[in-house]
Design a protein around this ligand. Structure first.
Ligand code: AGP
Length: 608
């Protein structure tokens, strides 16, 4: 997805926009651009690649005073990454930046804009600019032209717009893609998320679908879909923690893995009291009663956290759980009942498919609980109940600390469900919470201190083009997350398979030297995993086992081992999860990959 920022104020707009784009670069980084009013004329500079190259380009070409403008980092949807397809896009009347996808752009081109318009890019964004220009030429009113154009667009959009005949003013509107407005002592902002202007203010309001914002140096006007002005609801962002600083680490991903104990501690303390789960700040215990079944839906790593959550809930609370990727869930016409609970998990709170799933459940009147990390997201605004995780900003595209705190929250929800429905005793619940505390207080720091012991294994993995992960029960879920982590940052192809399933086909791919990583953290499966390890070794595989120190039978038959602290219970996935993240990180590092911004990816996918 793309990042948008707009500014109008007393400070130098170009510097503010470039700085804001740097904070948004995690959202997309194949190209960037800005438009500013320089001596009351629109000046646009665009570039492929990173914001730094935009900064270099504008340093030479924009020197005059500029107090207003818009900027954009792109994650390409329509049109390949190139300067001509970078934003801002527009015409002599206006320039605009866009986050989202317009599904009827060809129809608009042919049936509304007509043949005489000279399109210079392959983007749907340029079509939006042409529609607004046409509306403006007909009605002569900028706000009206934006509102009328919005009604013609199908799909998702967050727009920042400047009109060449209206210096020092930024217009904005949205549908389905996030957009917020910020106000500071020296000027006003629009942005995709608060990180773009958080240095300047903690005051923001959220734009709702089809609302139009008009910002100038001293004024903010919000107009609703019917054309009436609104008084916005202002929020105060959480105090800035240092998440956006890399603290000397080589990559944000590594820093964020090292943040895990602190992130888990903060999240744990926010939802527990006296050794038991406590969600009373957001919802009372009755919310967790009379639940026939639970649906969990999310995308990517958040989906894998959901799989672990479903595993915990069924194991402890004995409530049936259906876990489904949101891009399927939203179109499956899922069977639901008014006594169901739907849990949506999202680090960003803006993932299009997860938001669509939430909105589908809201439309059916089903109880929705969202587990979200970022503050002020659309998901936070649209869920019946929100449980915020406290990992702080997660900058690296690969999700690590956010995954840990999502899993922690889901485990606490499972314990709470089991307690209020009489499935476990308080004593057992307290034992589980003690183990969680033990993990983030001792076990994960222990692993982080021994991180370099993973380097030789990572070096060996880095020369292979195909890697397999196997596990059983909860470990098969960890194997799936391990495979995603390795693929997305090292570009090594890998597959995760339930260990008992290999012999039904995939084992045919095992050759001499094929690396197979066995995730073996649950002693219940030691015997079965021993057989599966022997099966693949018999076909030449090199088996690397991730297991506890006391798993003697496993360590003896493996070619390599990455040891975890002593096993305490069959519930804790956190230590192994830190190991698989470090393994992916060091493997990608050995290959010299762009770890925080892997090719083709974005931090949160706000388009379908
Ligand atoms: C995780 O490493 C990936 N970057 C990706 O799978 C991510 O988890 C997914 O896009 C969901 O994002 P969200 O948690 O912000 O909804």
């Amino acid at each position: 997805m793309c990042g948008i920022i707009g500014y109008s104020g007393e400070s130098n707009a170009k510097d503010i926009i470039i700085d804001g784009l740097r904070a948004l670069e995690y959202r997309g980084y194949d190209s960037a651009g800005l438009t500013v009013f320089e001596n009351n004329r629109l000046r646009t500079v665009r570039t492929t690649g990173r914001v730094n190259s935009l900064n270099e380009k504008t340093a030479e070409s924009i020197r005059g005073k500029q107090k207003c403008g818009i900027g954009h980092t792109r994650w390409a949807t329509h049109g390949e990454p190139s300067e001509r397809n970078a934003h801002p896009q527009g015409n002599d009347t206006l320039m605009l930046v866009h986050n989202g996808i317009i599904e009827n752009n060809n129809e608009l081109k042919e049936n509304y804009i007509g043949k005489n318009y000279n399109f210079t890019s392959d983007t749907d964004t340029e079509v939006i600019a042409a529609v607004i220009e046409k509306e403006y030429k007909e009605c002569g009113d900028r706000i009206q032209s934006i509102r009328k154009a919005s009604e013609r667009l199908r799909g998702s959009f967050a727009l920042g717009i400047v009109f060449s005949d209206c210096p020092d003013t930024v217009f904005a509107t949205r549908k389905d893609s996030p957009l917020i407005v910020g106000r500071s002592s020296h000027g006003n902002f629009i942005a995709s998320d608060i990180s773009a202007f958080r240095k300047h203010t903690d005051k923001y309001c959220r734009l709702n679908d089809y609302e139009t914002a008009v910002i100038s140096k001293n004024d903010i006007v919000i107009i609703n879909r019917e054309g009436r002005s609104l008084s916005p609801t202002w929020h105060t962002a959480e105090s800035r923690n240092d998440s956006a600083d890399i603290h000397g680490f080589r990559h944000f991903m590594l820093k964020e893995i090292y943040d895990e104990p602190e992130a888990m501690k903060k999240t744990f303390e926010a939802i527990t009291d006296n050794g038991l789960p406590d969600f009373s700040k957001t919802v009372d215990d009755d919310f967790f009663r009379r639940i026939n079944s639970i649906h969990i839906t999310a995308c990517g790593t958040a989906y894998h956290a959901g799989l672990l959550g479903g595993h915990f809930i069924e194991k402890l609370a004995r409530i049936p759980v259906n876990v489904c990727v949101a891009s399927e869930f939203r179109y499956n016409d899922p069977v639901t009942d008014k006594n169901d609970l739907v849990i949506i998990i999202s680090q960003s709170g803006e993932t299009a498919d997860s938001l669509a799933a939430l909105r589908l459940m809201n439309s059916r009147g089903i109880r929705t609980l969202s587990v979200v990390n970022a503050q002020g997201s659309s998901m936070e605004n649209e869920s019946d109940c929100i449980i915020r995780t406290h990992a702080g900003a997660e900058i690296s595209v690969a999700s690590t600390k956010a995954f840990h705190v999502q899993v922690l929250v889901l485990l606490m929800i499972a314990v709470k469900l089991a307690l209020v429905n009489g499935k476990i005793t308080e004593e057992y619940a307290k034992e589980i919470l003690k183990e969680v505390q033990n993990d983030f207080t001792y076990n994960i720091p222990d692993i982080l201190q021994r991180s370099n012991s993973i380097l030789p294994v990572a070096d060996r993995l880095s020369v292979h083009r195909n890697v397999f992960f196997i596990g059983r029960g909860r470990d098969s879920i960890l194997a799936t997350e391990a495979s995603l982590k390795l693929k997305e940052i090292s570009y090594i192809n890998s597959q995760a398979y339930p260990a008992g399933e290999l012999k039904h086909g995939t084992i045919s791919l095992i050759e001499k030297g094929t690396p197979v990583i066995a995730v073996v953290t649950d002693s219940f499966f030691y015997d079965k995993m021993k057989s599966n390890i022997r099966e693949v070794k018999a076909r030449g595989a090199c088996v690397i086992s991730i297991c506890h120190r006391n798993a003697k039978e496993i360590t003896e038959i493996s070619d390599e081992v990455i040891l975890l602290p002593e096993e305490t219970s069959s519930l804790m996935p956190f230590s192994a999860s830190t190991v698989i993240q470090l393994l992916a990180y060091h493997t990608a590092n050995a290959l010299g990959r762009d770890i925080d911004k892997p090719r083709n990816l974005a931090k949160s996918v706000t388009v379908e």
